[in-house]
Design a protein around this ligand. Sequence first.
Ligand code: ADP
Length: 350
Amino acid sequence: MIEVHDLSKRYGDKVAVDHLTFAVEPGHITGFLGPNGAGKSTTMRLILGLDRPQSGTATIDGVPYADLREPLRKVGALLEARAVHTGRSAYNHLWCLAQSQGLPRKRVDEALALVGLTEVARKRAGGFSLGMGQRLGIAAALLGDPQVLILDEPVNGLDPEGVLWIRNLMKSLAAAGKTIFVSSHLMSEMAQTADHLVVIGRGKLIADESVDAFIARSSERSVLVRTPQPAQLAKELERAAVPAQSDGSGEGSGSSEGEGAVTVTTADDGALIVRGMEAAEIGEKAAAARVVLHELTPQRASLEEAFMELTRGSVEYHVEVDQHADGVPAQAQGAPVAATAQVSESEVAE
Ligand code: ADP
């Protein structure tokens, strides 16, 4: 088990990790998510003792990494693809590592077999494709048959076959009771891989929960409504949201701002998308106004949408804080969050 407690790291004025506390349990794949620059790599480096925190602790089964007696047997890590001595063969690369940790030669063969590199083991690692280099990095991580695996963006740049391979490998290792902590900025990937999520933005913890709970917690829920009388229904719903028959609390205004706002938008195919009102209430309002409904479907937010919603503040931070470049709604661009954040940064860089 990995335990991070009140961990903080600053680089000059820049807070990379901000009082993070979470635990990563064995037997699961825990996805570590956040937009680019959120602090994922820094956190992983702190867990691996490669950097010193300003405050807090990170331990593996209760022990700081630096104090582990045989670290490769306890923790395997893939931090950066291609950190391989280019002139060496894959076999020799792993054998050197194994010797440095007192691991037997047979572990080299086993690790090569696990990642499917046995055939090319004697080839120069420098000539490997990105996918093969990634497999070699994972072989190195698995060399000591560790209980804990820490993988930083392992699917970056891989083809679909490589992505599937890593996903299945992680699943089988988790099923064997290992602790798997894997970072990504790709929600869609994590949705298919992780069962638990630790989400950070600007170095702070945003969520630590199951994938299902994460989606359910997204505030951006909507209901899809099909009706032959869309204009009439939209008017009824927006009118109903205005506190005409208010109980005096003053809450729940139908104005465009405010927490209880109801918004009705029209999708390309003419369906109405209603936010801020539950399906049952929409149905009742429609019945009361004698509006015919052909469909009334609560929309389940995708993991991508939930992530966008919950990390919105941390993405916009780049835009607003760097130079008050308003009018660049980071979420509106539809690109992966990481790319969006980078676009925003470069756009304001001038
Ligand atoms: P992520 O892995 O989520 O993309 P990082 O941990 O790499 O995020 O970075 C978090 C923040 O800390 C970023 O703003 C990054 O620029 C900054 N940072 C990371 N490492 C250093 C460093 N060695 N020196 C200065 N700033 C750093």
